[in-house]
Each structure stands twice: as C-alpha cells, then as structure tokens.
Write a protein that binds this ligand. Sequence first.
Ligand code: PLP
Length: 224
Amino acid sequence: MNHIKDNLAQVELQIKQACDQAEREPNTVQLLAVSKTKPAEQVEQAYHAGQRAFGENYLQEAVEKIQQLTQLDDLIWHFIGPIQSNKTRQIAQHFDWVQSVDRAKIITRLNEQRAEHNNPLNICLQVNISGEASKSGIQVNELAELAKLVNSLPHLTLRGLMAIPEKGNAEHSFQQMQQLFQQLKTQYSSVDTLSMGMSSDLTQAIQNGSTMVRIGTAIFGARQ
Ligand SMILES: *Cc1c(COP(=O)(O)O)cnc(C)c1O
C-alpha cells in the first residue's frame, strides 16, 4: 500500500513538465506535501524519499504529528488551515510558516506569541480571490494594509500570498493572483512566494507563476 515514494516522483515530474511548458526553471517551484489526516508514518516515508516541507490544516492533529516526528529535525511545517484566534499561540510555537493568515488580529497575535529565540515566522496572506463566501481569505482591497502590518512586525517575515481558487473557474483567479504577487514583490524584498495549485490544477498554477504547489491527494492518496 506504500506508493508515496513513487507518487512523489510522479508529482515532481509533473512539476518539471509544467515548468518546461512555461519556460521556467524547475527549481523556481517548491513542493509542499499536504499531510492532513495522514499519519506520522506517512510523513516519515515522504521524508525518507527526500521531501522536507509539509502542510497541515488541523492544529491538534498537526501538533501531535510534529511531536511524534521531532527526531527528523529538518522538517519544515506550514500551517494552511483556517485560524481561530485562540489557536495562534500553538501555531506560533510549532510552525515555520503560516499561509492562511487573513486578519489583523491573527497577525498581531502571531507576532506577540512567536518566541524570541525562534526565527521569524514566515507569513503568506491568504487571498479569497474567487470571492466565495464560504472560503477564508482577505479581500483584494485589504491586501496593502495587511501586508504593511506583517512587514512592520519583528517576529514575522512577509513571504507572499496564498490562494485556493474556485474549481472550474480558476484561470482568471490564477492570473489575478500573479498580478497581485508581482506588485507585492516590487514593494517588499522579502516576498518570494506565490502559493497556489493543488493536485488537480498544479500545471495551470505553474503556468500562472506559482512558486509553491500544495499537494495532498496525489502524494498520499484520497482522504476520507
Ligand atoms: C487539502 C489542501 C490542499 C491539498 O489538496 P489536494 O487536492 O489533496 O492536493 C492544498 N491546500 C490547502 C489549503 C488544503 O486545505
């Protein structure tokens, strides 16, 4: 039942082919393995196949896994799920990146709760680019102010933007995200990450300038 290593190789090939098509260097796109709902053993298998960056959506599940895997000391953990403000302390404590940041209160709490001895927490602002009421993320007109806030805080580093475009209607959203990202990059030298593209649309995302694809199903199989 273990095809994780093969699946990873397949996804990496897909990334490479998408980069070739888009005339981009393959090393301009990072792979985030989304391990939500999957056990620590599967993260470990992916680790032994060379994967280092993992994304998690559910805090309690994630913290248990992180604690089970402390012996793998070069894992990089990204929080990518909706954030409740009473959970920011644990997020600031256990993660290297937070990609689902969507309001000022969360930003100031993460900054206050990030320990002095840790590196600054890497932050992506999540943009609700398709304007879906059910999705988290900021509106485009909030971006300038929130980016400025993240950039002003000592325990945070503004790395870029994340989006989950609406299925079936993603092309326009991907294009808009690319424009927002290019603009943000000219304003902040720390910005280098456009996180978009999942198992079903990674090629299209890379075509539109994604620098980080977040892949769960294609690596670990379907979730329940
Ligand atoms: C679950 C999830 C993914 C991975 O989705 P797949 O379709 O399984 O590749 C990526 N990003 C976010 C924010 C997710 O919640």
